[in-house]
Design a binder for this molecule. Sequence first.
Ligand SMILES: Cc1ncc(COP(=O)(O)O)c(C=O)c1O
Length: 395
Amino acid sequence: MFEALPVKQPDAILKLMLAFRADTRDHKMDLGVGIYKDINGATPVMQAVKSAEGKLLEEQDTKAYVGPLGSPQFNEAMIETVFGKNADKQRLRSAQSPGGSGALRIIADFINEARPDATVWVSDPTWPNHIPLLSAAGLNLENYPYYDATHCKVTIDAMLSSLQKAKPGDAVLLHGCCHNPTGADLTHDQWMQVIQLLKDKDLMPFVDIAYQGFGDGLEEDAWAIREMAKQLPEMMVAASCSKNLGLYRERAGAALLMGRNDTEATTALSNLQTVIRANYSMPPDHGAHVVEMVLADDEFNANWREELESMRVRMIQLRSSFADAMRKRTNSDKFDFLIEQKGMFSRLPLNGEQIEALRENNAIYIVGDGRINVAGLPDDQAAMDTLTDAIAAVL
Ligand SMILES: Cc1ncc(COP(=O)(O)O)c(C=O)c1O
């Protein structure tokens, strides 16, 4: 069987990660991979997570199966985190999942069973893994234009007019906050226009929220989801705990469903459970168990919120100091868009050749579409100067 297989290449981001690891230059700078980094360039375990893990190790007395939907307490806590304390819980259900990717995949399988002729509309550009992940579930995908790379802003009119072509029952994949890869989020007014269109055209919102707490704050970043929950009859959300709890490798997330009423929400969840059982049977426990403990314990919860907030503020400061430095270097406001954008990513207006030159000549690693990880920007002025000099040189 294996002899006929073609060799498959890792995707562009994984490839860049490998090239960075293999680079022996001391001054190499990784702006590629999508993980948060602190001032030392490390991705430490968050303090609240460490404390909860210690307690879990002491208290846990079984490793028996938890069931396809995972822990009911975790699911309840995720509904509150994403939809807020005042959410209409009668209409909401959650299934613990292996990371945000696991949630995306089971929702994709769920759509494929519930409405096999539905098209899923995906922003152009989007997180590159959305495409293979949703396609692997057998879904038809279409792009809607999202970003004007010349002016570094959302193309709301083009987005709305493209979505006018969707047919009733189609799903629209939306980034709940901190759009990856652009960092360009919809304003509240623009969200209102999108929600109105979803309502008018009977389209299903499928929201991916992987960076809650990285943009304007933990509650603020869920604003669009909560507004949709107020105005629309149904929705689906894939939430990740990888970034905001730093649990990347533990694979914790949730697939959330909002139905028209209690009965329909229960039926929808029973279908999701069947998809899960046929897929990976049951989600991993450790990461989600830790999330559940962090969210339930007042002290852990307060520590976590504080640390998350300091990460968010640090990224805002890095955006600002990078934009300042680029303003001085280029004598223009061409990079000021970085200050407006949100979360861990933005795309620099650089072409493939310029990105290649930065890697070859300066050991600066940027994804091929210009995406940078803002948390990878240097804190110290000398390194920031080196970076901005290098970018100015290739421009
Ligand atoms: C937009 C987006 N969605 C989903 C994910 C998946 O996250 P996880 O690692 O929890 O599967 C990522 C991870 O980079 C992401 O950027």
